[in-house]
Design a protein around this ligand. Sequence first.
Ligand SMILES: Cc1ncc(C[n+]2csc(CCOP(=O)(O)OP(=O)(O)O)c2C)c(N)n1
Ligand SMILES: [Mg+2]
Length: 388
Amino acid sequence: MTTTPEAVRRASPRSRRKATPPDPATPLLPSAAPVRLLDPTGTPLPAPADYPEPPVAALVELHRRMVVGRRFDSQATALTKQGRLAVYPSSRGQEACQVGAVLALRDTDWVFPTYRESMALVSRGIDPVEVLTLLRGDWHCGYDPAARRTAPQCTPLATQCVHAAGLAYGEAYQGRDTVALAFVGDGATSEGDFHEGVNFAAVFKAPVVYFVQNNKYAISVPLSRQTAAPSLAYKGVGYGVPSEQVDGNDPVAVLAVLTRAVAHARAGKGPFLVEAHTYRMEPHTNADDATRYRDGAEVDAWRDRDPLARLETYLRARGALDDAGVAALADEAEAYAADLRTRMNTQPTVDPMSLFEHVYAEPTPQLVEQREQVRAELAAAQDEEGER
Ligand SMILES: Cc1ncc(C[n+]2csc(CCOP(=O)(O)OP(=O)(O)O)c2C)c(N)n1
Ligand SMILES: [Mg+2]
């Protein structure tokens, strides 16, 4: 059966919805204070009405994936030192955001990650070797984006914000209730694509959650040189997008806020923007020296707000985690890292001819010429090998 876009549009209940003018009484401004459900010591705080605490089973799973995620992250950094990975942008310290975002979504929802989101992708169940393929320099993307409902990790800043708006609009247009979550950094909110994506999503009510991980730096540029706004969440307000701030090192609050943001988008109310206040504990990548632009006391202060320790303390106090559980998790994380190490120590076989695939539907004359040149060089090298 063939379906025309027009037929899809007519059949789609969502497409019949008339554009409603914004209600001036609907508050868009984020609360001046980030939402917080656990204090930095792991002691629970009263939950605001809009953000009930997620079920304890979800918090146990959140903690499990954060432990494995952190071990994955430190293993990836180690692999750069062993020459097995070309580059790695660590998200240590941002575990609550990385895993909380994934747990707030359904498997059928889409994720639009940046280079920083390797932990989120492994937490989504994507094979870690496939996740690291791009950063190893082997291929453009190691996993199948359509099958995993996860776009390739974006290096050009903020371009994923427009991709997410387009995909989400397309899904709604076809009558599906898919949500797209776009990760974006504090620095990238200064890019035109961020503004264009958020504006498009707002005007066309595309079901997107823009999740700003404000880790306080864009490489060496601190937040104070990035924006004069009191919070990056205000950037949503100008486009008519409900926005909220959250303590990004409070895993319980991150999951609660993103759960509400995703439900808002899924209900057809348009995009939602969340700014998470967190901190990048490691340098920008293994190739960066962070001591040149920030002092150790600042990093130490954030170490005291560690999201993993905070959630562990809380779960232990609730009786949902004990020493045996913590030890079993450490073993699981170690086995995960060992398997990754072994597989990353195997040299991949990459067909050089694949360089020319998937860029254009019809290759340009220059690409055809270059492809033939490479083909001839490879054939000559093989002949030489045969003669030896
Ligand atoms: C369009 C574009 N401009 C510049 C860069 C170079 N660049 C790579 S990462 C980065 C900093 C981005 O910071 P932020 O958005 O805060 O994300 P974070 O790295 O902190 O996760 C810059 C400027 C780029 N990749 N793309
Ligand atoms: Mg940043």
